[in-house]
Design a protein around this ligand. Sequence first.
Ligand SMILES: [Zn+2]
Length: 363
Amino acid sequence: MPAHTDHPAIKALRDLFEQQRPSATTEQALKGLRDAFLGRKSGHITEQLKRIATFPPEERRDFGAQVNALKAQIEAALDGLHDTLQAGQKPAGAVDVTLASREIPIGRIHPLMRVRQQVEDIFARMGYEILEGPEVEDDFHNFEALNMPPDHPARDMQDTLYLAAPIVGGTWGAHRGRLPKAQVRAATLLRTHTSAMQIRYMKTFPPPIRIIVPGRVYRRDNLDLSHTPMFQQFEGLVVGPHVTLADLKGTFEAMLRELFGDVKVRLRPSFFPYTEPSAEVDITCQACAGAGCGTCKHSGWLEILGSGMVHPAVFEAVGYDPEQVTGFAFGLGIERVAMLKYGVDDIRLFYENDLRFLEQFPL
Ligand SMILES: [Zn+2]
């Protein structure tokens, strides 16, 4: 419709019709609308048809054409409204205020991201710096500087995905498991833990240090209820002149009580090459309040993170003096926290992006 060439009177009339059209929700209202515009004596269109003769001859033809065009449009629209009413439907533009509104889908924060944000928030308030590191690492940062020289048996604890293995006929490709010692130092790999970033940070900055490093890590694991080849961790590192095991425990108690509510925290002796002493940290099982149930394998406790006091050999590898500083480090699995916090028993659900699963989490 060439509205830009319309005479102002025609445009005003078209607007008036569009404005009144939604009110024609009954046959009676429709008849009223038809009379108002097309009534023989005083309909708006009839009035305009009478005006044609008053225009100067050179404008008469154009104005007449516009009036007749609008008349045809209104007739067609009224006929359409009539058909709609006959069919028992609501005409376009009519609103039934008693109908429920259409649901507008609202996105949610992914449960893993929610846990990550919560942990970051807790540590940020304790004065920690939050940073990320590279996912592709070299052997030095992922293993050697963390007190795992090439022949160290602890390397077998983490089945590594090597990216560039110069030994495999000169080709580049994933290489399973350990490499012969001669090739190990030249290898690049997908980091098996965020601990690699401890080394990068300490090599760059002097103590004191208080950092957490969230990020993805990779291991050659098959998918099952509790394993994925890619998962997410928080690395934590605190280094200073007088950092003690009591600081470690106090930090975990503060963090874990904020994450899980009123839980007890205990340390259990463990082994990691890069900490001495090392401890697994457990919290009381929330499902049974510590009484023992299937979730906690009837122990009353759930393992939540690995930690320990930084091994002097790690400080030496980055040029710190182990006589001057002490520190603690920890690794916290984000999926592990989310599974315990939300009662999810299959880690794969977090990565399938099934809306039926994701929609169960609060906004
Ligand atoms: Zn339990």
